[in-house]
Design a binder for this molecule. Structure first.
Ligand SMILES: *[C@@H]1O[C@H](CO)[C@@H](O)[C@H](O)[C@H]1NC(C)=O
Ligand SMILES: *[C@@H]1O[C@H](CO)[C@@H](O)[C@H](O)[C@H]1NC(C)=O
Ligand SMILES: *[C@@H]1O[C@H](CO)[C@@H](O)[C@H](O)[C@H]1NC(C)=O
Length: 822
């Protein structure tokens, strides 16, 4: 073979040329008709064109658009062509059973099934595993389908209805609600959605406090919501029922600034304005009732302008779909909203199949080898679909562990009769994009329940101050009396009154008065931590003050009684009373008190308890209740201790009255003031016996109980001091015995023994008159005290005030009679 020779020219023309021509023809042909030489893969699909959800009307064209694009692409399944074999399931499981049979038992073999409509998908997905078929649904929202045990090969590009729930929980948390109510139409979808919501809220620490459901008539359920003080209400029902519910809501006034409703977002925009003969509310009423409610809606069309896997933005996709639908009204085309999901379903499938080619080749398998007994290829497709992640026209496409689509949710609010977007929630990332244009009828999101404000009740400060002034003056008086007694302790008359006992009385009185101050201190003045100290001060000052003051008086009267009333006693013994016995008696009384208080405080110390009262509604229509609280000093077995202490003191008081009565006519020089002491004991006993039980009854009313207790203390002390010391002062002043008694008495004794008797009787007479005056004064004062106390009692508890007065005046009349006083 020599180039350039004839032979060579001939060979080229005969051999190479036809070969070249054939090759170029083949190329040309395959370019103009790419399907040639591609292996077909079949998809069996069911599109409901009628029935409950005629979604196929828009979803089928949309799926075909996707299929055309995929088949044209050279980077997706270049060796294969996808073909859709579809039937009309009419959204009817019975019809679908028959069609499924046709799909499976007629050639060719389908690689994947694509049903729509939840009831049909349930049937197909449950059966498919027997044929090792993957099921990819574009239009079923039933939460029941999220179940890998029942539906092991199921995927869906339509999110589950439970996808609303993470958004709802997010909003509850955003608006700080922890108590939610729900109302649902009794339907499987809504029930399982609410079950899911309940689980999620529980996880988030939110409580579903009321769960109501209804079949057709929502009136009782709405009434129950009202009765149970529901504020944040999630309502799941179809549009017709929604109108019924909101008509009831209007009637029950379960709307307005205190309430927030959460509804599903797929109702028509003007659903509440549509005339419905089954409801009895006007459009205005409905508009009023629905204002401000929040809806959640699954985003089915990507809100952002991005070019995804199909190189189309969502708007371009819509335009193409519209032209494909050929001028049909999208509102009346079933499944128009879900069309992007069908489109993305085909894309998800194509991309997944494209992904399986490599791994299958490695195993020596091909996609076209698929048959219904082949698990390897199914497993490979499953894996590919499960890891799907691409930008579709419906947003980012990913599936959760149950094969359900994860998507964004749109949050809208009805503001002034039209829906406004207020945010998006991406539950895969937990990212809430908030526009901040949510509007509320009140000042902000309402509370999820009536707010209870705790408010401590404090003592009236005016009362506290005025009683404190009295107590302060009383302490001054006590100091004056004490000084007087000590200064004049050399005067015979004072000496004969056992001045040390009187000093103790004065000191005790001042301590009791000092107890008024801690008695009036409460949370208004001191911190909660210091309060127990205040309690201790109250207890000890009052306890010791009483023991000292009353104990010393009691001692006096006791010894007057034991020593001077025994008629058969010998004369020399009569006059004999050693001072140490008096001190010992006071000492014993004090020790008993100190010991009992110590035991009480060691065994069962005082602490703060808080009393709760019935909640009150404040004026105005504020959504709050006030919970009044009151702090008390108490110990665990308060009543037992009080019983013991009051019992013992009560006995002492009674005994004191008795002894005072018994010794009224005795006259002795050693204790010359026992009548005045008897008088004081009467006063103190009566006041204490009225006050102690009354303050226990009134303990819940801080002002009344303080007034009672402190005024009783103040008056007892005043009376005691006045009765004990004022006559002495008068006598010393009027007689000029002031501090120079010893000389004077010597003088009188020396100069005039004859006049002694006469003077003595005159002196006694004067003394008697003085005493009468004092007694009159004291009676006036006492009556005043008793009257105040009784009026308080009467006004509060209607305890017979007359009875008290009667009793007291009885005691006094007896007393007066026995003294021979008018
Ligand atoms: C399809 O698969 C091939 C290889 O298996 C890969 O190179 C190509 O990028 C895939 N196409 C797409 C759109 O991912
Ligand atoms: C509708 O309202 C009217 C008056 O407001 C009342 O008389 C009537 O019974 C109501 N009908 C229904 C079905 O509730
Ligand atoms: C959340 O979403 C917004 C709006 O889409 C975006 O700007 C932001 O980066 C997102 N944040 C996170 C953490 O993903």
């Amino acid at each position: 073979y020599q180039p350039g020779t004839d032979y060579a020219k001939r060979v080229t023309a005969r051999g190479y040329l036809p070969t070249l021509m054939f090759a170029s023809l083949t190329l040309l042909f395959s370019w103009s008709c790419p399907a040639l030489g591609k292996k077909k893969l079949y998809i069996g699909a069911l599109f409901p064109m009628s029935g409950g959800w005629p979604g196929g009307q828009a979803c089928l064209p949309s799926a075909q658009m996707a299929l055309d694009l995929v088949n044209k692409r050279t980077d997706i399944l270049p060796e294969y062509e996808l073909e859709l074999i579809h039937y009309d399931s009419m959204c009817d499981p019975g019809e679908a059973t028959k069609l499924l049979y046709d799909l499976l038992y007629t050639e060719p073999i389908k690689m994947v099934l694509m049903p729509g409509c939840s009831s049909v998908s349930t049937l197909v997905a449950e059966a498919a595993r027997m044929w090792n078929l993957i099921v990819l649904s574009y239009g079923s929202s039933s939460p029941a389908l999220s179940n890998r045990q029942r539906f092991p090969t199921f995927f869906r590009t339509h999110p589950s209805a439970t996808l609303h729930n993470p958004t709802r929980v997010q909003l509850f948390q955003k608006w700080k609600w922890t108590k939610i109510a729900t109302i649902q139409q009794t339907t499987e979808v809504f029930t399982s959605t609410l079950d899911d919501l309940e689980a999620r809220t529980k996880e988030a620490g939110i409580e579903i406090s009321v769960r109501q459901s209804f079949l057709t008539d929502p009136a009782p359920a709405v009434k129950n919501l009202k009765r149970q003080d529901a504020r944040i209400i999630v309502g799941l029902f179809y549009e017709t029922e929604a109108r019924k519910v909101f008509c009831e809501v209007y009637k029950e006034k379960l709307y307005g600034k205190k309430y927030v409703w959460f509804l599903i977002g797929w109702y028509a925009d003007n659903w509440f304005k549509i005339k419905d003969p089954s409801i009895n509310c006007t459009v205005e009423q409905m508009t009023e009732a629905v204002e401000g409610h929040v809806t959640t809606e699954i985003v089915m069309l990507n809100p952002e302008t991005v070019r995804g896997a199909s190189n189309l933005t969502s708007q371009e996709f819509l335009n193409q779909l519209m032209s494909k639908l050929g001028g049909k009204n999208p509102e009346e085309t079933g499944g128009f909203q879900e069309a992007p999901l069908a489109y993305d379903a085909v894309w998800a499938l194509a991309l997944a199949l494209n992904k399986t080619v490599g791994p299958l080749k490695a195993k020596g398998r091909r996609l076209e080898d698929f048959n219904y007994n082949n698990r390897d290829i199914t497993a490979e497709i499953y894996r590919a679909l499960n890891t799907s992640s691409f930008e579709g026209v419906s947003g980012h496409v990913v599936f959760d562990a149950q094969g359900s689509r994860m998507a964004w949710t749109l949050i809208e609010q009805l503001q002034g009769g039209s829906y406004k977007k207020i945010g998006y929630f991406d539950s895969t990332k937990g990212n809430l994009s908030w526009y901040g244009n949510d509007r509320w009828i009140g000042p902000g999101p309402p509370a999820d329940q009536t707010v209870v404000i705790e408010e401590f009740r404090f003592l009236s400060q005016k009362l506290f101050v005025s009683v404190s002034v009295f107590a302060g003056l009383g302490i001054l008086l006590g100091i004056v009396c004490l000084t007087f007694n000590i200064y004049n302790s050399n005067v015979r008359y004072i000496q004969n009154s056992q001045p040390y006992l009187n000093n103790m009385t004065a000191v005790g009185c001042m301590m009791a008065l000092a107890a008024v101050f801690p008695l009036g201190l409460d949370g208004h003045h001191v911190h909660r931590k210091q309060f127990p100290v205040v309690c201790q001060f109250r207890l000890w000052l009052l306890g010791l003050g009483f023991s000292l003051a009353y104990g010393s008086m009691f001692t006096k009267i006791w010894w007057v009684h034991t020593v001077f009333t025994k008629k058969d006693d010998k004369k020399e013994k009569r006059k004999h009373l050693e001072p140490w016995k008096l001190y010992a008696t006071v000492g014993v009384l004090l020790v008993i008190d100190v010991l009992s208080l110590m035991i009480w405080q060691i065994v069962d110390p005082l602490h703060i308890t808080v009393e709760k009262f019935v909640r009150e509604a404040p004026k105005g229509d504020l959504d709050v209740l006030i919970q009044p609280l009151l702090e008390h000093c108490s110990s665990d077995k308060m009543n037992t201790w009080l019983g013991v202490v009051y019992g013992y003191k009560g006995l002492l008081l009674l005994l004191g009255i008795f002894l005072a009565y018994e010794t009224k006519s005795i006259s002795t020089e050693k204790i010359n003031d026992h009548r005045a002491v008897g008088m004081a004991i009467y006063n103190v006993s009566v006041l204490c016996m009225i006050t102690a039980p009354v303050t226990m009854i009134l303990s819940s009313q801080q002002d009344a109980s303080f007034a009672f207790a402190s005024l009783a203390i103040v008056f007892s002390v005043y009376i005691t001091l006045v009765v004990l010391f004022v006559p002495k002062m008068r006598r010393l002043i009027t007689r000029g015995e002031w501090q120079s008694d010893t000389q004077e008495t010597v003088k009188t004794q020396g100069s005039s023994t004859n006049n002694n008797d006469e003077e003595k009787s005159r002196q006694l007479e004067r003394e008697n008159k003085e005493l009468q005056k004092i007694i009159q004064e004291v009676q006036d004062q006492l009556c005043y005290t008793v009257a105040i106390g009784s009026v308080m009692l009467y006004s509060r508890y209607r305890i017979s005030y007359v009875l008290h007065r009667y009793r007291i005046s009885y005691v006094y009349s007896r007393y007066r009679i026995s003294y021979g006083i008018q």
